[in-house]
Design a protein around this ligand. Structure first.
Ligand SMILES: [Zn+2]
Ligand SMILES: [Zn+2]
Length: 432
């Protein structure tokens, strides 16, 4: 009987076994124990036959985090965890103790005060020579740019083992770091200095709470950004309320005098035709629209939210950041990517763009909200997280094998316009 269960797991896990050779063995053993415990000597045989038939009906998993991976009990537990996550309601009073303090915000690179220089005086760098974000070259910023001027790698360098030797290669093309780029595009630039960002478009706080307006007490927010003649700028803003309902999802037209250099579609998910047809309002109007439902008292949830607030030019002091809530085992400045956190804790796949579809800020906003829900529901049971870490497995986590590689991290880093190395400033996050 056990052999039959094992054989069916071998077939089911065909694509996973090269990477996880013990998976069929481990899960068939556990599976058989589950059936044994739930049956008696009269029903056992039939129970095994039925459970083998159920294994055969499962879709073939393509990754370890696929919903088909696990024993029957694992799958039922995950479905229950998903349902309880969906039913769970966050409250501002529960979240209050997780709102970051201003010193913590500063430590993590948040801009906490409006810069004391004139704002909005220089929206664009057109005519100036700047350093390219993607390659080492200096270039003249111009709306008449060469779309193929820059030979670069869109991925990030990482170390891997080849025939026992450690080599450093790019995640985009597996070329050695000494080799030239694998894609061409325009030169682009990225700015992070708060005074410079303020000169491009002014920072401001949200409105104070008002009796005449009922703002959300909790909202999750995510932005997509594109490269422009005024640095990296917001091009889409998505906000969901505390229940995950979409409240706002708009494209943003660039300020007058600012032209898009690269839609960065691989990471932003935004195409030129999206922009032409959907980006109708400039940032100032978008900010006015946001004022209708978020104010200084709203708890804003995001992943590496400092990037979203920077690009929206919002100064805000009531923030919960899933990149900080779920710390990287190696500590700061390392951060886990939203994609990896969603895969590990929510068993959901996000940011699966193959290079043409990219991200969806709405999907990401929902994922950050769900991660905060997951955190509150499992507080104290998450190893290395919270004050009372215990050894009990958190709800919904796929048991057993460690996570596959932390791929996808460069996507988040690049999406948010954040350099993938720590060379730029001490507060720059590194996603691994
Ligand atoms: Zn490459
Ligand atoms: Zn370049």
């Amino acid at each position: 009987m056990l052999k039959s269960v094992y054989d069916h797991y071998v077939v089911l896990y065909e694509q996973l076994l090269p990477q996880y050779p013990h998976l069929a063995h481990d899960h068939s053993l556990k599976h058989e124990q589950e059936v044994y415990a739930a049956s008696n000597k009269f029903t056992y045989r039939n129970a095994v036959i039925q459970s083998v038939a159920a294994i055969k009906r499962r879709p073939i998993p393509t990754s370890y985090s696929h919903p088909s991976v696990g024993t029957e009990a694992d799958i039922v537990a995950r479905a229950q965890a998903k349902n309880s996550l969906a039913a769970f309601r966050l409250s501002a009073s529960v979240l209050d103790s997780h709102v970051l303090s201003v010193p913590d915000l500063e430590k993590w690179g948040y801009i906490t005060a409006v810069p004391e220089v004139p704002g909005g005086e220089r929206p664009s760098m057109t005519g100036s020579v700047v350093k390219c974000e993607r390659c080492p070259e200096m270039f003249m910023v111009s709306p008449e740019f060469d779309p193929n001027a820059c030979l670069h790698h869109w991925g990030k360098p990482y170390t891997r083992s080849v025939n026992g030797e450690r080599v450093r290669t790019y995640s985009c093309c597996s070329k050695h770091v000494s080799e030239e780029g694998c894609v061409r595009g325009p030169h682009v630039f990225y700015e992070s200095n708060p005074d410079i960002l303020h000169a491009r478009h002014s920072f401001s706080f949200l409105n104070s709470p008002s009796r005449s307006r009922s703002a959300l007490d909790i909202a999750a927010l995510d932005c997509e950004m594109v490269y422009t003649t005024g640095g990296m700028r917001v091009a889409r803003v998505s906000v969901v309320d505390g229940t995950g309902k979409s409240i706002f999802d708009e494209f943003v037209r660039m300020d007058d005098g600012v032209e898009v250099l690269d839609f960065n579609t691989r990471f932003s998910g935004i195409t030129a035709s999206d922009y032409v047809s959907k980006a109708l309002l400039p940032l100032a109007s978008i900010r006015k629209s946001l004022d209708a439902f978020i104010d200084t008292h709203t708890i804003l949830i995001g992943h590496a939210l400092e990037n979203d607030l920077r690009t929206l030019r919002i100064i805000h002091h009531r923030c919960i950041d899933t990149a900080i809530l779920f710390p990287h085992p190696a500590g700061a400045p390392y951060r886990r990517s939203l994609r990896d956190l969603a895969r590990d804790h929510l068993q959901t796949k996000i940011q699966t763009g193959d290079g043409s579809t990219g991200h969806s800020s709405l999907e990401d906003a929902v994922a950050t909200l769900d991660l905060v829900k997951f955190f509150i529901m499992n507080k104290g049971n998450l190893p290395g997280i919270g004050s009372a870490a215990s050894k009990r497995a958190p709800i919904g986590r796929t048991p057993g094998t460690p996570n596959p590689s932390g791929s996808g991290s460069s996507a988040t880093a690049s999406r948010t316009g954040t350099p993938s190395t720590s060379s730029r400033s001490p507060s720059v996050p590194v996603y691994v």
